[in-house]
Design a protein around this ligand. Structure first.
Ligand code: TUI
Length: 323
């Protein structure tokens, strides 16, 4: 499965793990890298010392390359970048902002920069300033999202840029991988699927809540504040939506969210916590070892390709004329 993307990132399979704040710990990132994908530590709102400790732990757990996700709304962005540079992290993914002011130094350090984008305009801008690849995140994703579906966003970004595109949002197995490749992506990023892995360290109640989720179990809060976030519907989500409908101030709405992701992930508060989840949670009904998620995804992708190939051959014009 060697492609320009796997070569760029130094990985075996074109599968990245989302850089989920609080969720994407050293344990999860190491497991994904050990299984041939690209594991990513989510720096989230971590200060430098915590991130450095997480990187050290990850290096103890894997000899393979792994990345760090830089969350651009973090108050610690500058010190996070210094840690990434000092630790010579090979790949940085970025979210919720523009990594432009850091690209030159990251490149000089040998770090590949792979920003997340949720629109064609942003994709063009970030390619122009030197992004090495782009992650096109559809609105099916959990957490902070854009306004376009994966199905519509990926082909538009692929046509707009020359760098490799990684599809994210709504992908959890080999069918999703093939669909993404069919749209012109060179790889996929999975979040929710890896939350439902044995190695993911979120509270067991967080995983249980995701397992119970159905197709319509997530809602999008924060549309009125300009920060749409997809979470599982629970008491917190309903309170968010009620406040937004009541015309509450942006400050009041945002205050409700403070500390809520940590409460869900660490304390297992699945009622008043922010249980971020992609729409694909309804499709996932097991907690598997990361290695099994990746190997069965690759096996399934090969089977899907075989099946599609056979069907295509069975429908050649000659064949159709025979019946
Ligand atoms: O960042 C994400 N997803 C996230 S971050 C997160 S942490 C959080 N916690 C509480 C409330 C809100 C968030 C949870 N999920 N995805 C990547 C992403 N980045 N999606 C969209 C963007 C984005 C938005 C604007 C990237 C760049 C951008 O640029 C602005 C500009 O024009 O400079």
């Amino acid at each position: 499965m060697r492609t320009p993307l796997t070569q760029l990132l130094g990985i075996e399979y074109p599968i990245l793990q989302g850089g989920m704040a609080w969720v994407a710990t050293a344990e999860l990132a190491a497991a994904v890298s050990n299984a041939g994908g690209l594991g990513i530590i989510g720096a989230g709102n971590m200060p430098a010392d915590l991130l450095a400790a997480e990187i050290r732990k990850c290096r103890e757990l894997t000899a393979k390359p792994f990345g760090v996700n830089v969350y651009y709304l973090s108050p610690f962005v500058e010190e996070v970048i210094e840690v990434v540079l000092h630790e010579k992290i090979p790949v940085v993914t970025t979210g919720a902002g523009n990594p432009g002011k850091h690209i030159e130094r990251l490149h000089a350090n040998g770090t590949k920069v792979v920003p997340v984008v949720s629109s064609v305009a942003l994709a063009r801008r970030l390619e122009h300033i030197g992004a090495d690849a782009l992650i096109a995140e559809g609105l099916e994703c959990g957490g902070h999202i854009g306004e376009i579906t994966t199905m519509a966003l990926v082909p538009q970004v692929v046509r707009a840029v020359r760098v490799p595109v990684i599809a994210a949002g709504g992908i959890a197995d080999g069918h999703g991988l093939i669909a993404a490749l069919a749209l012109g992506a060179q790889g996929v990023q999975l979040g929710t699927r890896f939350v439902l892995s044995q190695e993911c360290t979120v509270h067991p109640r967080y995983k249980e809540a995701l397992l119970k989720a159905r197709d319509r179990s997530t809602v999008v809060t924060g549309v009125t504040t300009g920060h749409p976030v997809r979470i599982l519907e629970n008491k917190l989500a309903r309170e968010f939506l009620r406040l937004e409908r009541s015309g509450a101030s942006r400050e009041e709405i945002e205050r409700l969210g403070v500390g809520r992701l940590r409460a869900a992930v660490r304390e297992g508060d699945v009622e008043y916590g922010s249980v971020m989840s992609g729409q694909i949670a309804g499709y996932i009904d097991d907690i598997l070892p990361v290695r099994e998620i990746i190997t069965s995804m690759i096996k399934e992708a090969a089977e899907v390709l075989d099946f599609l190939g056979q069907r295509a051959r069975a429908q050649t014009p000659a064949n159709i004329l025979e019946v």
